[in-house]
Design a binder for this molecule. Structure first.
Ligand code: CA
Length: 272
């Protein structure tokens, strides 16, 4: 077996876009903990940014500390699996938003999506998601969407009632069927992957995917090696297409390592 050597380089960018007065997305880049999160808030007035900010804060707090006194549920789970860590971080975020709604009824309609990744040794990644923010894997010229949107149009596509292109133009395309901030039990999707040399992992809010199609995203990633330039071009493409919504992207690039850093000892280079 040939050992692949690469280092994971990361970058992220959140942009207001060209039509919205505020940026309701939240972005977390925490390479020291291998944690990257995109949240897309919703809910009128300041609700969207409050919800996405609370979620980002709760997820970071949980993943980096997992302190018992921060845990509002009956029993602190004994967590060793990254999937459990992210799932419980999402449950905590959900609870924090629901609590805030209780104390501030003016924010009753707020909620947020979440797509989060934990980067582990050897390029292994665990992803968790709720809502229509997405994760994509670009590998050897092919772009694959790892997440399946929790949205009304995607449910129709899954049932065969709408085609993918009809879904993209549908007036209900912004209706999401799962979000953080619900008093009901929350179901969190978890996906595991292992990055290989040359791969790009992309997290994004729908301000990117609503404006830029997969072919264009793939083209940008195929022709970039620098994470910062990739983010600039992705956000630039969304704005060039109209920038109707807030645009947030985070990328992890498994760059072939010049210094011979092995995947198992892969380090993360941060640039923000
Ligand atoms: Ca959005």
């Amino acid at each position: 077996m040939i050992a692949e050597t690469f280092e994971i380089q990361s970058y992220g960018l959140s942009d207001k876009g060209r039509r919205r007065a505020r940026n309701e997305d939240s972005l977390v880049l925490d390479p020291a903990h291998g944690l990257f999160v995109v949240c897309d808030g919703m809910g009128g007035h300041v609700g969207g940014e409050v919800a996405s900010g609370l979620a980002a804060q709760a997820i970071v707090g949980f993943v980096t500390a997992r302190a018992a006194d921060e845990w509002p549920f009956e029993r602190l789970p004994a967590l060793s699996e990254p999937a459990d860590i992210l799932r419980n971080a999402a449950l905590l975020a959900n609870r924090r938003i629901a609590e805030r709604i209780t104390s501030e009824p003016g924010l009753a309609r707020m909620g947020t999506t979440m797509v989060a990744v934990l980067l582990l040794a050897g390029g292994r990644v665990t992803l968790a998601h709720v809502g229509d923010s997405r994760a994509y894997l670009w590998r050897q010229g092919q772009l694959r969407q790892l997440t399946s949107d929790h949205s009304w149009v995607n449910e129709q596509v899954q049932m065969g009632a709408l085609s993918k292109s009809e879904a993209e133009r549908h007036p209900f395309r912004n209706i999401i069927t799962r979000a953080l901030g619900t008093p009901e039990e929350l179901s969190v999707d978890v996906i595991e992957e292992t990055l290989r040399a040359g791969d790009w992992l992309l997290l994004c809010s729908d301000g990117l995917t609503g404006m830029v199609d997969d072919a264009k995203i793939a083209e940008i990633l195929a022709t970039e090696s620098d994470p910062r330039a990739a983010c600039d071009r992705l956000v630039g493409a969304a704005n060039a297409a109209g920038g109707d919504d807030n645009i947030t992207v985070a990328v992890l690039h498994a760059a072939p390592a010049r210094g011979g850093i092995s995947a198992s000892g892969g380090r993360v280079r941060e640039s923000l």
